[in-house]
Design a protein around this ligand. Structure first.
Ligand code: CA
Ligand code: CA
Length: 134
């Protein structure tokens, strides 16, 4: 997430939550000095709103926003359920065998990003699971 500063401020607060949440009731990250800022620990397929507030010495600006964003891919999550596990391997094998599994998320299933889904992606998914998922 990136924003344009309005003055000379160099630190901000960020507040975010699922889209439609009440601003102030979400997760607040205080005294962010990185712009752009990279979120961590977000859940895939959930749409978030985020607001930014500038810190001007002892003063706080009004909250600006929201900006809406989401994480739309999760490598290895072939069945698009938000987790990577053995069900995704079964889904990928079904796809490779042309059984047309549904749901099926091609972008997630193509773990190595070569444009095709094959046994290399199954191996890639096994590696993701062995590494603790996600
Ligand atoms: Ca899955
Ligand atoms: Ca591939």
């Amino acid at each position: 997430m990136q924003w344009i500063r309005n003055g000379i401020e160099t630190a901000w607060n960020i507040d975010y939550g699922p889209t439609g949440y009440t601003q102030g009731a979400g997760t607040t990250i205080q005294i962010v000095v990185n712009n752009p800022y990279t979120f961590t620990g977000l859940s895939p397929y959930i749409t978030y709103d985020a607001y930014v507030q500038a810190l001007c010495g002892q003063m706080l600006s009004n909250w600006a926003g929201p900006v809406t964003f989401s994480i739309t891919s999760l490598s290895g999550d072939a069945n698009c359920d938000g987790v990577v596990n053995v069900l995704d391997i079964i889904t990928m094998i079904n796809y490779i065998m042309t059984f047309n599994p549904t749901p099926f998320c091609l972008a997630n299933a193509d773990v190595n990003g070569d444009g095709a889904v094959n046994v290399l992606d199954v191996i890639g998914t096994i590696n993701i699971i062995m590494a603790g998922g996600k």
